[in-house]
Design a protein around this ligand. Structure first.
Ligand code: ADP
Length: 220
């Protein structure tokens, strides 16, 4: 399974990314984790990266793309779950070029939808539990702003490519996870049978009730 995730901060990419990776036995490539690892190890690059993370700004494209290329080369021939990239249209195009070169283009672009008020609530809860320098109210607002400005618009591109699946991620993590695994299993069978199949974007956000909870109405 080759899947990338697009979602605002706090939507649950990390939780669902780990679940997908474990289920399909593929690496979970999370750009935020790779970047924070550099900061923790205090590498030269880490010192530079920290300036961006602390302000909620995006790290320069060449830094993240280089990391992802390395991770893709290690995962070559198999699947992956990409978490945190692409975040801009430029990254989406560059990532696509790398994936074409390594014969690893994504089968699914998974979009997790969550309303802003819930995102802020989750991120502030996480701030109280973990020590992430970017989970302060001011930096969270900046990360959300950037998401809607430069990341959210990429979804249309995946829609046009026919690999977009949107899921209502307002529900409890296990219900969201069940829906994701079911959907990915079906998508995998479809794309394995016919990799060139042209599909329309799939919107499952109204299906929440079938997976154990009421669908939420106030998601963007
Ligand atoms: P979240 O999506 O919850 O904000 P992440 O752990 O994915 O958390 O990312 C944390 C930070 O790492 C981002 O705010 C950004 O500064 C940086 N970052 C992660 N991925 C990228 C990327 N693809 N391009 C640029 N910066 C990135």
């Amino acid at each position: 399974m080759k899947v990338l995730m697009i979602a605002p901060p706090g939507a649950g990419k990390g939780t669902q990314g780990r679940l997908i990776a474990g289920h399909f036995g593929v690496p979970h490539i999370a750009t935020g984790d790779l970047l924070r690892d550099h900061v923790t190890r205090e590498t030269e690059l880490g010192l530079e990266i920290r300036q961006f993370l602390d302000r909620g700004e995006l790290v320069p494209d060449e830094v993240v793309l280089e990391m992802v290329r390395g991770a893709f080369e290690q995962a070559r021939g198999g699947g992956y779950v990409l978490d945190g990239i692409p975040r801009t249209m430029e990254q989406a195009r560059a990532l696509y070029d790398i994936a074409v070169e390594l014969d690893m283009t994504s089968q699914v672009a998974l979009h997790l939808q969550v309303a802003d008020a819930e995102l802020v609530r989750r991120l502030l809860t996480r701030a109280a539990e973990q020590d992430r320098s970017d989970d302060t109210e001011e930096v969270i607002q900046r990360r959300l702003e950037l998401y809607y400005e430069v990341t959210h618009p990429i979804l249309d591109w995946y829609g046009e490519r026919g690999i977009l699946v949107s899921v209502d991620a307002m529900r409890p993590a296990d219900a969201v996870g069940r829906q994701i695994l079911t959907t990915l299993t079906v998508m995998q069978q479809m794309t394995d049978a016919d990799p060139d199949v042209t599909r329309r974007p799939i919107d499952l956000t109204g299906l929440g009730a079938a997976f154990g909870a009421e669908a939420s109405e106030d998601v963007r």
